[in-house]
Design a protein around this ligand. Structure first.
Ligand code: AMP
Ligand code: ZN
Length: 739
């Protein structure tokens, strides 16, 4: 091959690969098999290796660039990224239209209605069709240059899909993360002992702020584009044309947008959009209504600081916001001793329920939002469920409000409170804790957690019953529950001494029956219900798959492997004869190091293989260490004693030994990804387990099936690459039914 031929081939390959990326990521209509895709990629990589001069930054092989950077450069937007004026009802929209008509009397109503994506605003600059720069919105005038990070997003093309690119094109849009991806990311972060993200927007913003693009490449961030910014050599008559052009260039655009020919129709379209929000992979905070005709937009121009040709439409009831006042701030003590401030607010009706208590998480949050007792506050349901204080209404202050300080004694037991040191050196946790293991509040919360539906599901024991069981001295630990008799339980007084209210026989019976059933619940459920440090539902299942009983877990020979692997990695590094520390050693010493290192490497191979075999891959050293420490601690030994005394011995072990040995899923390794309609993630996994499948978290060559729900991400990707069979929900159901 001549260099000219190589250049032509490299060019063709890049285009072809980007085209297939797009078919896969943007159009969801792949045309070739993964194997063929990989072949193209391999060929490109080989050619680039042979002709390094042909490597250009827009090559698909160059998405994840070099080393971490020191910080982001500040860049000025060529055209500011503006806010939008907010409109809350049809009447306000009609005023918007009237103002347009005042300026352009001949205006023929023609609008585009599209989702207002609630992500992190970004702007991409393509110069002659090649991605040159990616910037955050920042303050609208200046943003951060996060080009290296945005290049790792596979739904952002490095080169526009056109033979005739404009000299300069700026695409504006939003980076976001899907909720299912955030949950999976959090689980992975937690397993490695890293900080997790409270919502998809934080997850996206936090990920894009990473200084190491290799980290960003691992984060499931996506992007969608809805407008052009500064552009040279491309002009479009309408906004709809711009959206179509963006899409044609290979950028993702909102799937739900439409034109409307009156403001009333636009309003109706916005409502419909809100109703169909669930079909979108991102959260929205309303709809954007834009004048479609670009000449009209130019004529309308700006209104001080916002466009006069577009508005954000946000009906207040869409966002479940309400106002109330903070009457008190009380402090709750949780299962693990963490003190949580809770605002008691004047009861307010919001989205179907009356809200009177709102968690404030920690003292830092109170400080950050400057929440004082007596304040009027705006509240909403975060993630559409949990009520949260959005902000204080400053104007409503009259000077009688007063600040709140966290107590330095536990409100439940009076014990001292501490901030735990973080493992990474001098810093301490944000949370304050009561460390008294006999703290009655902790005992009650542990019982409540144990009995909750996600754990052992002891119907009849909730917050109040748990409190009273502890208060009246009937139970201090979950094990005491198993020593209660129904008559004693029935007489539990849930009221006061003056006004007693007894639990009653019916509920007592129900609780006893549920407890009897819990005795034989599987090990995974028990591990989860006992709330061991670091052990959530997924980790509990993993631990129970590899250990057959609590005893086996206490004497685990598998968890130490995880720690050994970390130690081996350090040893191997330390023994490197070429390292700076070892550079000046004598040749004999270096020889010795090399021999020791070879031994360590061989052992590492064994250990890694064992970890894989036991499917412990998802458990990091932090959790392994926590679990081992706990099982050896006084509390852990007491746990074993109690179980033995009560004759409870939950069983674990690979689930498919006790479950079906025939049927389509028997003995198969299966991964579930994306959002299924008819199952929660946990339900789908449980169904698979009871059909005899081994359910794992990540796709590998050993995976038999990937069950794919809506908005599947990197797992689907990987499955395609590895040629793993995928099942959509219908196929999954059919196979479950056919077992
Ligand atoms: P705001 O900052 O709330 O006034 O809203 C303006 C911001 O909304 C813009 O700067 C964009 O970052 C964001 N946005 C989200 N979706 C859209 C959309 N479809 N069209 C325009 N802006 C949008
Ligand atoms: Zn306490």
């Amino acid at each position: 091959m001549t260099p000219q031929q190589a250049r032509a081939r490299v060019d063709a390959l890049r285009r072809e690969i980007e085209r297939h990326n797009r078919l896969y990521y943007i159009d969801a209509a792949p045309e070739i098999s993964d194997r063929d895709y990989d072949r193209l990629f391999d060929e490109l990589r080989a050619l680039e290796a042979e002709y390094p001069a042909l490597v250009t930054p827009d090559s698909p092989t160059q998405r994840v660039g070099g080393a971490p950077i020191e910080g982001f450069a500040r860049v000025r937007h060529r055209a500011p990224m503006l806010s939008l004026e907010k409109k809350e009802d049809l009447r306000e929209l009609e005023l918007f239209e009237r103002e347009i008509l005042k300026k352009i009397p001949t205006f023929q109503p023609d609008y585009v209605v599209e989702p207002k994506v609630d992500g992190v605003s970004i702007s991409l600059h393509y110069v002659n069709g090649v991605l040159q720069q990616g910037v955050t919105r920042g303050d609208g005038e200046y943003g951060d240059d996060i080009t290296a990070n945005l290049r790792t997003l596979r739904d952002i093309p490095l080169r526009l899909d056109t033979d005739d690119p404009p000299p300069h094109l700026e695409a504006r849009g939003e980076a976001y993360m899907r909720e299912a991806d955030r949950i999976a990311l959090n689980e992975a972060l937690r397993a490695r002992g890293e900080k997790t993200f409270a919502n998809t927007r934080n997850a996206t913003a936090g990920s894009l702020k990473q200084l190491d693009p290799r980290v960003v490449a691992q984060r499931p961030i996506r992007a969608v584009f809805y407008a052009l910014g500064y552009t040279e050599g491309a002009a479009f008559a309408t906004h709809a044309d711009e959206l179509n052009a963006l899409r044609a260039y290979g950028l993702a655009t909102p799937t739900l947008w439409r034109r409307a020919h009156s403001i009333a129709e636009a309003e109706a379209a916005a409502r419909e959009l809100k109703e169909r929000e669930g079909e979108l992979p991102y959260e929205i905070d309303g709809a954007v209504i834009k004048v479609n005709d670009n000449a009209a937009c130019r004529a309308l121009g700006l209104k001080t600081n916002v466009p006069a040709y577009a508005v954000a439409y946000k009906r207040p009831e869409w966002f479940n916001e309400a106002q109330t006042t903070v009457e008190r701030i009380v402090v709750q003590v949780g299962r693990t001793g963490v003190l949580t401030p809770v605002a008691e607010v004047a009861p307010v009706f919001l989205d179907g329920t009356t809200i009177s208590r709102i968690t404030l998480h920690n003292a830092d949050e109170i400080k950050r939002k400057d929440i004082r007792i007596g304040d009027t506050v705006v509240i909403k349901r975060a993630g559409r469920v949990i009520p949260a204080i959005v902000r204080v209404v400053d104007d409503a202050r009259n000077g009688t409000e007063h600040a709140f300080a966290m107590p330095n004694r536990c409100p439940a037991c009076g014990g001292p409170v501490v901030r735990r040191a973080l493992s990474d050196g001098g810093r301490t946790e944000v949370a304050l804790r009561c460390e008294n293991p006999d703290c009655p509040a902790q005992q009650a919360r542990r019982i409540e957690y144990f009995a909750s539906r996600a754990a052992l599901n002891i119907e009849g024991i909730g917050e109040i019953v748990a409190d009273k069981l502890v208060e009246r001295g009937l139970a201090r630990s979950v094990f005491d529950l198993f020593r209660l008799d129904a008559a004693r339980l029935a007489s539990l007084n849930l009221g006061t001494d003056d006004e007693p209210r007894l639990l009653g026989e019916k509920i007592a019976r129900r609780i006893c029956d549920a407890l009897a059933a819990a005795r034989t619940a599987p090990l995974a459920k028990w591990l989860h219900a006992l709330g061991l440090p670091g052990v959530g539902e997924t980790i509990a299942i993993k631990l129970a798959e590899t250990h057959r009983s609590f005893d086996e877990l206490a004497h685990s020979d598998k968890l130490p492997l995880i720690l050994e692997l970390v130690e081996l990695d350090e040893t191997i590094k330390r023994l490197n004869p070429k390292s700076r520390a070892n550079r000046d050693r004598s040749p004999t010493e270096k020889q010795q190091l090399a021999v020791q290192r070879a031994t360590a490497l061989a052992r590492r191979k064994e250990v890694a293989a064992a970890i894989k075999q036991f499917a412990l891959d998802g458990i990091g050293p932090v959790i392994a260490r926590d679990v081992m420490d706990f099982m050896k601690s006084a509390a852990g030994r007491e746990l074993l004693c109690e179980l033995r005394a009560l004759g409870i011995d939950p069983q674990g072990g690979a689930p498919n030994t006790a479950t079906p040995v025939s049927g389509p899923f028997a003995g198969k390794t299966v991964v579930v990804t994306g959002a299924l309609q008819g199952f929660s993630r946990a339900e789908a996994q449980a169904a698979l387990r009871s059909a005899g499948a081994k359910v794992v978290d990540s796709v590998s060559g050993k995976t038999d099936y990937l069950v794919v729900g809506a908005d599947a991400g990197s797992k689907l990707d990987k499955a395609r690459k590895l040629g793993v069979a995928t099942l959509d929900e219908a196929a999954f159901r059919a196979m479950l039914g056919a077992k």
